[in-house]
Unconditional design. Sequence first.
Length: 244
Amino acid sequence: MAQRIIAMWSGPRNISTALMRSWASRADTRVIDEPFYAHYLQETGYDHPGAREIIDAYETDWQRVIDHLLANDNGKAIYYQKHMTQHMLQHIDRSWLSKISNCFLIRDPRRMLLSFAKVIPNPRLDQTGMPQQVELFNTVKQATGQAPPVIAARDVLRNPEATLRRLCAALDVDFDRAMLRWRPGKHASDGIWGEHWYASVERSTGFAPYHEDDTPVPAKMRALLEDCQQLYDQMAPYCIRQED
């Protein structure tokens, strides 16, 4: 049986880990958590929580990471890969993207920045992953001749089943209701960085309800928010919606 490889490309402080939990709940799927993270930290020198431990514990050669991501070695029908777009540094070859199914998860940049700054103070634009997300989206779109599926975190939280059904249909995968629930706590597939980032999802058993929040970003982040919003607005029109 040929394995279906699905790469979900998200920026930080999205619901990407909850979405990974969702796919991991399927009996036909295995998942992997941010496989380029160690390479990203080694190359950039960013002072993320647990950086040295992550670099020591995970593969730092990007080509070996790609070779692993394309391998069909576990007997599961689906190999779901949770990726952070900012981890795809410019020197990493993109040609492998044409061999897999790519999809994209976006989030309102204001809410993303407010959450991200709690862990990474004063983030730079490249650290948000938004320029890379647009670049990767356009790379896939140009290579395939059609826009890859895009979902918004807000839509998932407002109606998880409907949004996941649309995503599965766009990926030509049968929807599985198991995707709506998972057990709380740490999961074996979590990266060791989970202790710094995953407290909320570890308490969850499903997608959290969506709540409106109009908290403004601090004045020092307004220029960054404007840049992020312009990038977000390039992808938002491609979101798969109920009327689609």
